[in-house]
Design a protein around this ligand. Structure first.
Ligand code: SAM
Length: 194
């Protein structure tokens, strides 16, 4: 954790109606090419904004590994899971650099609004390569720099999509797509070359 880590005391902001307007869940899910049976790691899962909808799309034969460094965040997910009666989300406390997930056991990794909070993205991407199965992919959604009236962290903490693309390429990922995601963000998808 560091001074940029999103505070669990602000967790309600992640599920605010206003956020659903500027970050529609379907807008992200539509681009993830989810299929029944997929194994998806939601790293920095927060309150499960994406974990639960993804779990619904991958169905009972699929699984979502919701990993977060703050146990308080995972408690919100557990509550939602109970209310929804969903059983295909596995929550675990972990660091993006050391997720605790098994080797080559994920088809897709999602990191949503986590990237700008990370200290060492090169090590995080090594870990991503370790847990991804052959042909797997990684989707990173984060803040666009330079938006004049944004919600979210200070502008100087935001990392341009071009820089994320460079990190992905350096770690051996091919960049499959990069596009705006709503007015404040972008989404970049990297593919595992193996
Ligand atoms: C801004 S929230 C985003 C949550 C969720 N992905 C979303 O888009 O709603 C960032 C989350 O990443 C978690 N986080 C920050 N640094 C992390 C790290 N190094 N490893 C794992 N989780 C981390 C925080 O605890 C927080 O829950």
């Amino acid at each position: 954790m560091n001074e940029r880590t999103f505070s669990s005391s602000q967790a309600h902001r992640l599920d605010a109606a206003e956020r659903k307007e500027w970050l529609p869940i379907a807008g992200v899910l539509d681009r993830l090419a989810l299929r029944p049976g997929m194994r998806v790691a939601d790293i920095g899962a927060g309150t499960g904004y994406f974990s639960l909808p993804i779990a619904e799309d991958v169905g009972p034969d699929g699984v979502v590994f919701a990993v977060d460094v703050q146990p308080e965040m995972l408690a919100f997910i557990e509550e939602k899971l109970k209310a929804a009666g969903a059983s295909n989300v596995r929550c675990s406390v972990g660091e993006a650099v050391r997720t605790g997930l098994k080797e080559k056991n994920c088809d897709l990794i999602l990191m949503s609004y986590l990237w700008h909070e990370l200290d060492d993205v090169d090590i995080v991407l090594l870990e991503a390569q370790r847990i991804l199965a052959d042909g797997g992919s990684i989707a990173i959604v984060d803040w666009k720099p330079g938006v004049v009236r944004p919600p979210g962290p200070p502008l100087e903490q935001r990392i341009a999509v071009e820089q994320v693309a460079e990190s992905l390429q350096k770690a051996g990922f091919g960049v499959r797509s990069a596009e705006n995601m709503g007015p404040f963000g972008y989404m970049i998808v990297g593919g595992c070359g193996r």
